[in-house]
Ligand binder design. Structure first.
Ligand code: SAM
Length: 282
């Protein structure tokens, strides 16, 4: 019977050879998934053994990871804001850096028990909207996405998190056809320059939806379309928060200011890079 320690050692070596960062951590997560054990148990029980079926399942998962499939897609879920989200190849893998947007909105909300109306443009897995609904107990939210496949994942996540009665999801092209006013307007639109997309890590370029990544020639195409919708749909005093790519802070701040938003602030991500622009409708 194969021992956990030996299996981990071998998989870590092969994952490292395939160019994967953090190969040991990935090996632990995959083995835990294949064997139905907790990652902590796997870390501590290197002398434990797997059945031949469990070992074969683990080997199949390692092969998928060597092919650069993201761990969250292999496992089918990912934690964001302390909540568990279903993740497939139809949605962007929720990024820890995007938690800065949730934190920024919460810091700007005066009364967390108010019956606020939230709209999330390009909702994907629903991670941003659902995290806010989790923190704002009387708020209701609308998630818009161009991708029907993403919307069905977002709906699944809303139900699984017990937020289905306060979240609605709708297919749409940014704010087209929508009526306001909303109190909180958020978006993490695609913001990567078209020419850069093919050179991204294989986990992103090959496995994440192009619609979630490609922000046009200069990366700002979605903001140019979205900002007029934000201005039209924001109620007086509404909070707006958009995620941005590295170096886009000045351009996106200017778009928001030009559309009538005030109190514009750029918030950093975990690495200290400007990642979110917030403002308020004056
Ligand atoms: C960067 S992903 C963000 C997903 C999720 N909000 C998150 O933060 O993980 C951008 C999302 O915008 C959606 N999208 C792209 N173009 C759109 C459009 N014209 N109208 C609405 N959604 C769009 C994509 O399908 C994708 O789900």
């Amino acid at each position: 019977m194969p021992e956990i320690g030996a299996l981990l050692l071998d998989a870590t070596r092969r994952l490292k050879q395939a160019g994967i960062e953090g190969p040991r951590q990935d090996a632990v997560l995959l083995l835990a998934h294949a064997a139905g054990l907790s990652p902590d148990r796997v870390r501590l029980d290197s002398g434990g053994v797997l059945s031949p079926e469990q070992a074969a399942r683990f080997e199949a998962l390692v092969q998928r990871r060597i092919d650069r499939e993201p761990v969250s897609q292999i496992l089918g879920h990912r934690e964001f804001w302390g909540l568990d989200f279903r993740v497939t190849g139809d949605v962007l893998d929720p990024r820890p850096d995007s938690e800065a947007l949730v934190a920024g909105v919460l810091a700007a909300v005066a009364d967390r028990h108010a019956a606020l109306r939230i709209v999330d443009f390009g909702t994907g897995s629903g991670c941003l909207l659902l995290s806010l609904l989790h923190e704002l107990p009387r708020a209701t939210g609308l998630g818009v996405d161009a991708s029907p496949a993403a919307l069905s994942i977002a709906r699944m996540n809303a139900e699984a998190l017990g937020l289905g009665d306060r979240a609605e999801f709708r297919q749409g092209d940014w704010g087209a056809g929508l009526d306001g006013p909303f109190d909180i307007l958020i978006s993490n639109p695609p913001y990567i320059e078209t020419a850069v997309v093919p050179g991204l890590a294989p986990e992103v370029a090959r496995y994440e939806p192009r619609l979630a990544l490609d922000g046009g020639a200069d990366g700002l195409a979605a903001y140019r379309r979205l900002v007029p919708d934000l201005a039209r749909l924001a109620g007086v005093g509404a909070v707006v928060a958009v995620e941005i790519g590295m170096g886009q802070d000045a351009a996106v701040s200017a778009l928001l200011a030009g559309a009538g938003f005030a109190d514009i602030v750029v918030l950093p991500d975990l690495a200290g890079i400007g990642r979110v622009v917030t403002g308020r409708k004056s």
